[in-house]
Design a protein around this ligand. Structure first.
Ligand SMILES: *[C@@H]1O[C@H](CO)[C@@H](O)[C@H](O)[C@H]1NC(C)=O
Ligand SMILES: *[C@@H]1O[C@H](CO)[C@@H](O)[C@H](O)[C@H]1NC(C)=O
Ligand SMILES: *[C@@H]1O[C@H](CO)[C@@H](O)[C@H](O)[C@H]1NC(C)=O
Ligand SMILES: *[C@@H]1O[C@H](CO)[C@@H](O)[C@H](O)[C@H]1NC(C)=O
Length: 719
């Protein structure tokens, strides 16, 4: 029966094949055929009725035909693993009480050689693992009492429309692992009582509308391993009593939600191993009896979106595991799942599970999060803080923090919520889109960018030409969906190039980029032919800050602004800041009054534009009398102390300007490291003019990838 164990397990849920009871065989004193074993053995009917059945066991005997002189009382006849290729009408004559006949793993190749005389009490016929190629009309007409028919693992290519005529009592039909290219609705007209149909592992690429319509009694349907790409809305119509369906290992790229809506009684749904990328809003909605749902082993799955599961009042177990790219679950992905007790999320690429997700599940009892790259910061703080609602962690001993570095390899449960930073920089889930994609002219492309943070970040995309597209907008061939997916329709060479996704909240920003090649072209030449020369402008200069602007530019992979005073031309006094993709201006703060600066915008190695500016002098005459230098010094010293304390040593990124007393600069602006991410101390509301992000006092590029990714886009002037 090879790989059918899983399907069988599922089917057993419904037909309740008993197995726990171990009853030993008893001797059966009868003239037994040569080499066979005759015993009274426990036997269960397909409907789990127990019997003690006189059993003749002739398995594995290299028989080419039926043994002669079988005892008349035989109820179960086992002929598994022999070389029988034909059965004669007369062979089984006289076995009036035969209820089970096992001819699996024999050599039947022609169904005309399977002539079974009328056997009204036969309940089970095993013909699996033979080489049957086709079934003619009325192939089993002498078996009106048959309840189980196993035809799996044959070579069936053709089944006549009336093949199953006369099987009014059939409950289970196994047709999986054959060569059927289509499913014919006419087969099922003869099977009004059928409860279990296994027809997976056949090269059927599409289910016709109303394909299963006659099967109003069907409770379990297995459509695994069929190469199904999509399901039409009406493909499952008529299955009023269906409780379980498996689409395991198909090629579905979307949840077949319309088709599923036609199954009012569905309890168990298996969509494992399908190339579904997103579970979208409404994919599972109002399925009032759904109890268990599995979305496992999906190589492509990247995101569970807002309201992906909604109003599933009987769902108790949700299993979303072993999805190597699943890095995002929207905080409001689950709505009105009032019975959900068990949430299995292990072995994905999740960096966090939002506390809102957990709070939205009133009956939640256990959660499994192990084998995920958990980032132990404010998003996961609820694990240690949520005392009011104890949720049991499955395998807490193997649920580790993988970030930030200082908490790495600690158990999430062991990290006190006080140890976790309460600020959350956005983190774009890695792997939701690749660093490089190749598409052909005319194709559509979807790039998913998702970020979790507290507060929720806003997302925008920057195109190769510098166009900034925020969520829920569309422009030309572009559309950015609310959750951060960039869609490009009918792509042409014009759209080739470098795209950047930026996720930003009050605390900071994260970026991730992708190079899109169209027919092998990525437009790199356009970028290098473009110059910013003479395009950098000074918009405004005050005592301590200057506003700089530049026109919409091509989206440069590493845009950077650098500045230094011409009083100290030594390179190590140079400051620089990364420019977030899509920005066209910058507020350069913390400058010294009355000083000359040279400011340069670098868009690439050969792409630099510079300007000179001089900050204003502080008007000496207007100084208020009580702001004496001593008071100023004391005040800033206090701020400095607070700042350094909060930063635990402070200037980890360095702001040492030679010849300048640090107390005279605005000490509270010292950038400091907050749990591995660069952040300023005093986050403020967002504004038009991003200020200096983080700087490297040496003027060299900061090579730490994490620092490159997490840049500060905020002003911190007023603290
Ligand atoms: C068949 O089963 C019936 C009922 O159990 C029994 O009375 C009868 O003797 C059996 N026939 C044979 C040939 O064993
Ligand atoms: C700095 O540059 C300005 C403008 O180029 C120039 O006028 C000034 O003399 C320079 N100062 C020094 C100290 O080199
Ligand atoms: C930069 O300019 C140099 C000299 O003109 C040239 O050799 C090099 O290829 C250019 N690099 C890029 C990335 O355009
Ligand atoms: C630039 O920064 C300075 C100092 O932080 C601030 O006072 C000014 O309002 C900012 N200007 C703009 C346009 O954002």
């Amino acid at each position: 029966m090879k790989n059918d164990t899983m399907f069988l397990v599922q089917a057993h849920l419904f037909l309740g094949v008993a197995s726990a009871l171990v009853i030993h065989s008893m001797p059966w004193k009868v003239a037994c055929p040569h080499q066979c074993i005759c015993q009274i053995k426990p036997w269960y009917s397909p409907q789990s009725v127990y019997r003690e059945a006189p059993t003749v066991d002739c398995n594995d005997l290299l028989l080419t035909q039926l043994p002669s002189s079988l005892p008349q009382e035989t109820q179960t006849l086992r002929l598994q693993s022999n070389l029988i290729s034909a059965l004669d009408q007369t062979d089984l004559q006289g076995l009036v009480n035969l209820t089970e006949l096992d001819l699996s793993q024999n050599s039947f190749s022609n169904s005309h050689h399977l002539r079974i005389a009328s056997m009204p009490v036969l309940l089970s016929l095993h013909m699996e693992e033979n080489q049957l190629r086709q079934l003619p009309d009325s192939a089993f007409s002498g078996l009106p009492g048959l309840q189980e028919l196993y035809l799996n693992h044959n070579w069936l290519r053709n089944i006549a429309p009336g093949a199953f005529k006369g099987l009014e009592n059939l409950l289970r039909l196994h047709l999986n692992s054959n060569h059927l290219a289509a499913i014919d609705r006419h087969w099922f007209h003869a099977l009004p009582r059928l409860e279990v149909l296994m027809i997976g592992a056949n090269p059927v690429d599409a289910i016709q509308d109303l394909n299963f319509k006659p099967l109003g009694s069907l409770r379990s349907l297995v459509l695994a391993g069929m190469g199904l790409r999509k399901l039409s809305e009406r493909s499952l119509e008529g299955l009023f009593n269906l409780e379980s369906i498996s689409f395991y290992d198909n090629h579905l790229t979307k949840v077949p939600k319309e088709a599923l809506q036609t199954l009012p009684g569905l309890k168990f749904l298996d969509l494992n191993k399908n190339p579904i990328q997103l579970v979208r809003e409404g994919d599972f909605r109002n399925m009032l009896h759904l109890k268990e749902l599995g979305l496992n082993n999906m190589e492509e799955l990247v995101s569970i979106e807002h309201s992906a599961m909604e109003n599933l009042p009987e769902l108790t177990k949700l299993e979303i595991t072993n999805n190597p790219r699943l890095s995002y679950i929207h905080p409001q992905a689950f709505m009105r799942l009032s019975s959900m007790e068990s949430l299995m999320l292990n072995s994905n690429a999740l960096s966090a599970l939002h506390r809102e997700t957990v709070r939205s599940l009133p009956s939640l009892q256990e959660i499994s999060l192990h084998t995920n790259p958990i980032r132990c910061d404010c998003l996961i703080r609820w694990v240690g803080a949520e005392a009011d609602k104890p949720v049991r962690f499955i395998e807490p001993q193997s649920t580790f923090c993988s970030e930030p570095p200082e908490l790495k390899a600690r158990r999430v449960k062991d990290v006190s919520f006080r140890e976790m930073a309460d600020s959350c920089l956005p983190l774009i889930a890695p792997g939701t889109f690749p660093p490089y994609v190749q598409v052909r002219h005319g194709e559509n492309l979807a790039l998913h960018c998702r970020a979790l943070a507290e507060p929720e970040p806003s997302i925008y995309w920057v195109t190769p030409k510098g166009l900034r597209l925020s969520t829920a907008t569309s422009y030309g061939p572009y559309q950015v969906l609310t959750e951060g997916t960039l869609e490009i329709f009918g792509i042409t060479a014009e759209e080739a190039g470098f795209y950047t996704c930026v996720a930003q909240n009050l605390v900071g920003a994260d970026t991730q980029s992708v190079t899109v090649q169209v027919d092998g072209l990525d437009k790199a030449q356009f970028r290098s032919s473009w110059r910013v020369k003479d395009n950098l402008q000074v918009k405004d200069v005050k005592e301590r800050y200057a506003l700089l602007a530049w026109p919409a530019s091509y989206n440069a992979p590493s845009a950077r602004l650098s500045w230094l005073t011409n009083e100290s031309l030594a390179d190590h006094h140079k400051h620089s800041a990364r420019i977030l993709a899509g920005t066209q201006g910058f507020n350069l703060t913390r400058l010294q009054p009355g000083t000359h600066y040279r400011v340069c915008l670098h868009l690439g190695p050969n792409d630099t534009s510079c300007v000179h500016l001089r900050t204003k002098e502080i008007p000496v005459t207007t100084a208020t009398p009580d702001l004496t230098p001593a008071v100023l010094l004391a005040a800033s010293a206090l701020i400095f102390l607070l700042a350094t304390k909060a930063c635990q040593g402070g200037a980890s990124l360095g702001w040492k300007r030679q010849g300048q007393d640090p107390l005279k600069s605005q000490a509270c602006l010292l950038p400091c490291e907050v749990k591995g991410h660069v952040a300023l101390l005093c986050p403020q509301q967002q504004q038009q003019w991003p200020t200096k992000e983080f700087s490297e006092s040496s003027g060299t590029e900061n090579s730490d990838a994490q620092h490159q990714q997490h840049v500060q886009g905020q002003q911190a002037e007023s603290c």
